[in-house]
Design a protein. Structure first.
Lengths: 77, 146, 146, 77
């Protein structure tokens, strides 16, 4: 499956990009999180939520979205 | 009161004139007796000897607007509100300027007090908005909400 | 923060423009991060088949200003506030217009939420202000606060 | 002692005037309250506070002010 991963806020600085595409077969968002932390070791120390197709999901969620967003801590207001 | 999902984001600062226009729009709604407004203003915080000159806001706007819609619907269900308006800046807002505007109205005062702080706290906690604090020397740090 | 006693009364309605000017004045105060505003608006209540068209406010202004000063000083002692502005109409205010304006500012949001409702409730309970509700047929009744 | 009594709000309608002067010797504000209720029987059914020289006082206060204000229930805001 081809997925588009977008990075928000300081995660763009950590990865050096705002988005990229991967062809992957992974079962859960937790697996995706491990994959990305291996690819970008600096992500290992960071808190972020994962959204699939514009819905924030828990780490035990099946990975089935085609649009994945990595969201660092929120700081609006 | 079911409504369609609104876009809460405005480019740059929210002007006092916009706030005045929003207040003036309610003068024809003569069942309203009480309004409460929250305004977030960018502080020129001094951090390690450097002063914040602006905040640049980015967001996952689709999720932010959807979550804000859910917060709004929950507030209309819980409190006796006539009106609710929520705006947040996107892009750059200078120190001293307004970046966040929440406006609730009701026949009486208790619903506006009770809903205002709940809305502001929920929006700050649950909307994927990211503030980048820009210093005068062109460096930056990422804002962390308390 | 000791201050001299201010006159809170303004003749007639409080305009949205005045509110906008008051907000704009705070843009140079860059330690402020949060403002909260309460606005009282005259309701066109329907009472026994007659509609309120305006409220005419009178007051024992010396006592009202003195008591408001004490409420203000107590709030500055209790909450971490940067600024506080309080205005109330005197004379006639039409339905839909603003008659009461309370504006508090702080570095952070908790003090403005906590102080705003306290100030509004204290002012309504303790200031000798009297509202005469005028109906469209030139009759009237005296307003009773809940 | 000559005292000036001012009536506020609906008390102006009950008494038919906004202010008047009395020459009186009374010990407390409670005594003044009784005196005025005798003069204006309709005041008997009304709640009001009494201020002396711009201070709201309790009914047990000695009557010593020269400016007396009768204040009906407050309804600002």
């Amino acid at each position: 499956m081809i997925i588009k991963v977008r990075y928000f806020g300081q995660l763009q600085e950590v990865t050096g990009k705002s988005e990229e595409h991967f062809e992957l077969t992974l079962d859960t968002t937790a697996s995706l999180r491990r994959f990305l932390k291996t690819l970008y070791p600096k992500l290992g120390t960071m808190n972020f939520k994962i959204a699939q197709d514009n819905k924030i999901t828990s780490d035990s969620s099946p990975l089935k979205g085609q649009l994945i967003d990595l969201l660092p801590p929120f700081s609006g207001g | 009161m079911k409504e369609k999902i609104k876009n809460i984001f405005v480019e740059g600062a929210i002007s006092p004139t916009k706030i005045a226009e929003s207040i003036a729009h309610h003068q024809s709604k003569t069942k309203i007796g009480a309004h409460a407004i929250f305004l977030g203003q960018v502080r020129a915080d001094l951090i390690d000897g450097k002063t914040v000159s602006a905040i640049e806001y980015t967001a996952q706007t689709e999720i932010a607007n959807q979550v804000c819609h859910e917060i709004r619907e929950a507030a209309f269900s819980k409190y006796e509100l006539s009106c609710m308006h929520i705006y947040h800046s996107h892009g750059q807002v200078k120190a001293g300027e307004i970046c966040f505007f929440v406006f609730v109205s009701s026949a009486h005062r208790d619903p506006v007090f009770n809903s205002l702080s709940k809305l502001v706290n929920d929006i700050k906690a649950k909307l994927p908005i990211f503030g980048k604090e820009l210093f005068e020397d062109q460096t930056h740090q990422w804002k962390v909400n308390q």
